[in-house]
Ligand binder design. Structure first.
Ligand code: IMP
Ligand code: MG
Length: 330
């Protein structure tokens, strides 16, 4: 097939991060369909857990394409801790992956020790203390350091225009965090310092005509990590945390838990133009007795069984969205 332009499929979290984007992006990368995998926002604050050939692999900054031999790009919307990046590349080399195929946008920003020191003083937001916010602050303040200013990164550097528009390739874009942590649309100030939705992808050099599929990812319950009080008291949330292993991949902090919020998911789907929605961890929710609960209009609705729960979700969201449940009974 002759393609006149590059195209991109994008995977985005529709909640507060930790929806299982890593798993979905990894499945998609494994299809062999993509020439490149690209990250377009965030940095080492993210934690993507992937199980590959029985091994648990946790990445923070490196796109999942590296695990499949697919050249992968850390886009200009990302922020990079150079030392952490090299540590992660060593870790991945230890599994036998070829990390020389990693590309880095020359205009991505660099996290410095000062950024980490400043972030470590945070007590109000509950950040990951990785220097993420202070780095973006310097970027927007026009006082930042960029990848092209760091000689050690030289062998990896690219410019996004040449990669996206100088050839006709298929890209898989892997989002970080989730829509409700978006700096503009999330619950400010309890947000991350980047845009996390489809707009962030466009700011990495893709134009809107190139976006083919937008893939939203959620869990069948909600989790949030950070300083605001989010979890209400319910014994079942404690059970969900243990069964679902709801602890931060980057910081190990316990995630606060609540039922699935369909209004949040609906807004996130609309704002991002979601075509496909993956709903993860049905197997986890099933293990916690009579928990087929969800919110509609800020009111808890108790569904009598798993099927009712699934139907209810399908009816609430835009009917054009293709929904796939993961961890379902077969
Ligand atoms: P920061 O991104 O480190 O500045 O943290 C800001 C907020 O976003 C905090 O509530 C973090 O817990 C949250 N956050 C950042 N990255 C992730 C992620 O990958 N998953 C879940 N929460 C995240
Ligand atoms: Mg589309």
């Amino acid at each position: 097939m002759h393609m006149e332009t590059s195209i991109v499929d994008v995977v985005i979290g529709m909640q507060y991060g930790d929806e299982g984007k890593g798993k979905i992006a990894n499945q998609m990368a494994a299809s062999g369909e993509y020439d490149y995998v690209v990250r377009f926002n965030g940095g080492g604050n993210a934690g993507h857990t992937i199980y590959l050939n029985g091994e648990k692999i946790v990445t923070h900054l490196v796109p999942c394409g590296i695990l499949h031999g697919i050249p992968s790009i850390i886009g200009n919307g990302c922020v990079i801790n150079t030392q952490k990046l090299f540590d992660e590349l060593e870790y991945l080399k230890g599994f036998g992956f070829d990390t020389s195929i990693l590309k880095i946008a020359e205009n991505a920003h660099i996290i410095t020790q000062e950024h980490i020191d400043e972030d470590s003083k945070d007590t109000t937001i509950g950040t990951t203390r990785t220097g993420n916010g202070p780095c973006y602050k310097d970027k927007v303040g026009r006082t930042g350091l960029r990848a092209k200013d760091v000689p050690e990164l030289e062998p990896h550097l690219i410019d996004m225009y040449t990669y996206i528009h100088g050839q006709s390739k298929k890209f898989l874009a892997e989002g970080a965090q989730g829509y409700w942590l978006d700096v503009d649309f999330g619950d400010y100030p309890y947000v991350t310092s980047s845009n996390t939705g489809v707009g962030a992808l466009l700011n990495n050099g893709f134009n809107y005509n190139q976006i083919r599929n937008v893939i939203g990812v959620i869990k069948c319950y909600s989790t949030y990590v950070g300083a605001k009080g989010y979890q209400k008291y319910d014994e079942r949330f404690e059970q969900l945390r243990e069964v679902g292993q709801e602890y931060g991949a980057t910081t190990g902090r316990p995630r606060q838990i609540d039922w699935l919020d369909l209004d949040e998911v609906n807004v996130a789907c609309k704002m991002n133009g979601v075509d496909f929605l993956y709903i993860n961890k049905m197997d986890v929710l099933r293990q916690v007795d009579s928990s087929w609960n969800l919110y509609e209009d800020q009111t808890v609705v108790s569904c009598k069984d798993e099927n009712t729960f699934m139907n209810r979700i399908g009816k609430y969201l835009d009917p054009s969205i293709d929904i796939e449940f993961q961890g379902q009974l077969h």
